[in-house]
Design a protein around this ligand. Structure first.
Ligand code: SDX
Length: 428
């Protein structure tokens, strides 16, 4: 008899059996559909942290944790990060295919024109104390953006989806750069539509009041091609990553019908945590705290000690039980650009020593703990002169295109419902 594409659960207390369909994936693990489990059995499945739970179906991003593989719409991350620009990747995640030359040119031009923000948002940013972390300002500013484009609460056409998405992708770098300038107490630099997406961000971060770029001693412009290329690659590597904690947050807010921009603001807040996007900032702090290669072994021992809550930031991942493919791309980028970007060799040597010890230590090997994207991104951002407080805002700039397309995928899924898990009650 042909095997049925299903799974049967048997309750050993009663001998009753319950059968559930298996749904096939085009890549990676299949799922057993337990949506009627509570109705059938009066019990819940239990999976805090969702280690074995698929919360949705999606065609945007595929990750193979065992192989260390990452694809956007089927194209491998290494190809995208080394042969395509971040704007091409934004187009791919939004349209499901890479753009042709004309489409890319039109997309680029539109983002440049939409990079300006309402003066009211500038005033909001100025209302924060200079000591405010740029992530606090960014999540508030993106939530406030919903008031300036309130019509996107009810989107009824493809054109409006596209307009809502492009507005946000274009304005995030401006909001992030303004947040940074405010934290220094220096005047904001408005976007320059003659500069590309990634160059413009560095320009808004670095230019002097009046928009003049300080000409370096050799007379060169202070934004070098190699820096633009490095940051563009970092944006691409951060663009999307399946159902991580912040994307799950975005989908959760999408499920209640709130405005898309407040869903992204919630994603920014979730990303800030040091277990997630905040790790890149913590990696550099940790490398500086370790201070020298000779101290590494002692810190690795601390990371292994169950009674010590010290963890190696930038190590481990819920999905990758092999090298994070993004970390591999960044490591090659580091090697390639170490001279041109005068990467901090001491920090890199400490990072390499951590990697060398940890990858051969049974504690890490047994738990499949490998360097993740955050382990390497910090060193390059540090070399780009990006201040540590801006590392996670840069993650936000890269990830916004992923969040907003995951939001749209949720809204277009007729089977989607409000996110409302249950619990194992252990109270009185
Ligand atoms: C990102 O999900 C995504 O896709 C996220 C992300 C994205 O693009 O969106 O990839 C971006 O957030 C990358 C991860 C950045 N975070 C860090 O680098 C912080 C340090 N890493 C950890 O906190 C941890 O590894 C997590 C949070 C990343 C994953 O946590 P899990 O999957 O819940 O794993 P766990 O906490 O259950 O750890 C399993 C074991 C534990 O030991 P035992 O209890 O089994 O003895 O591994 C140990 C942990 O103590 N462990 C570590 C460790 N990470 C896990 N021990 C030392 N150092 C570490 N970094």
């Amino acid at each position: 008899m042909a095997k049925k594409n299903s799974m049967t659960f048997i309750d050993n207390r009663t001998g009753k059996s319950y059968e559930y369909p298996i749904l096939e994936a085009t890549r990676g693990p299949w799922v057993v559909d337990v949506r009627s489990f509570y109705k059938d059995t009066g019990m819940f499945t239990y999976d805090p942290g969702f280690t074995s739970t698929a919360s949705c179906n999606s065609e945007l991003t595929f990750i193979n944790g065992e192989k260390g593989e990452l694809r956007y719409h089927g194209i491998e991350i290494e190809e995208l990060a080394t042969q395509h620009s971040y704007l091409e990747v934004c187009f791919l995640l939004s349209q499901g295919r890479l753009p042709d030359k004309e489409e890319l040119h039109a997309f680029d031009l539109e983002l440049r024109h939409r990079s300006f923000i309402h003066e009211g948002l500038k005033n909001l940013i100025e209302s924060f104390p200079n000591t405010a972390h740029p992530m606090a300002i960014l999540s508030s500013a993106v939530s406030a953006l919903s008031s300036f484009y309130f019509e996107h609460l009810n989107i009824n056409s493809e054109e409006e989806f596209e307009q809502m998405r492009r507005r946000l992708i274009a304005k995030i770098p401006t909001l992030a750069a303004f947040s940074y300038r405010h934290s220094l107490g220096i005047p904001f630099i408005y976007p320059d539509i003659e500069r590309s997406f990634t160059e413009n961000f560095l320009y808004m971060m670095r230019a002097y009041p009046g928009g003049k770029m300080h000409i370096g001693r050799q007379g060169e412009e202070q934004i070098r091609e190699v820096e633009i290329e490095a940051l563009d690659t970092i944006f691409t590597l951060h663009a999307d990553h399946e159902q991580n904690a912040s994307t799950t947050t975005v989908r959760g807010v999408a499920s209640t019908g709130a405005h898309p921009y407040v869903a992204i603001s919630a994603g920014i807040s979730a990303l800030w945590g040091r277990a997630h996007g905040g790790a890149n900032e913590s990696v550099i702090a940790q490398l500086e705290m370790i201070g020298s290669v000779k101290n590494v072994a002692a810190f690795v021992e601390r990371a292994k000690d169950p009674d010590d809550n010290f963890r190696l930031m930038g190590f481990g991942h819920r999905v990758y039980k092999n090298f994070d493919p993004r970390a591999k791309v960044l490591k090659k980028l580091q090697d390639r650009l170490s001279d041109e970007l005068s990467l901090d060799s001491e920090l890199i040597m400490i990072a390499r020593e951590i990697e060398k010890i940890a990858l051969n230590d049974d504690y890490f090997v047994k738990r499949n703990l490998y360097p993740n994207i955050d382990f390497y991104s910090g060193v390059i951002l540090y070399a780009l002169g990006i201040p540590r407080s801006m590392f996670t805002p840069i993650f936000v700039i890269g990830r916004t295109v992923g969040w907003i397309n995951q939001w749209e995928e949720f809204k277009k899924d007729e089977t989607s419902k409000i996110a409302r898990p249950r619990q194992l009650y252990i109270g009185k």
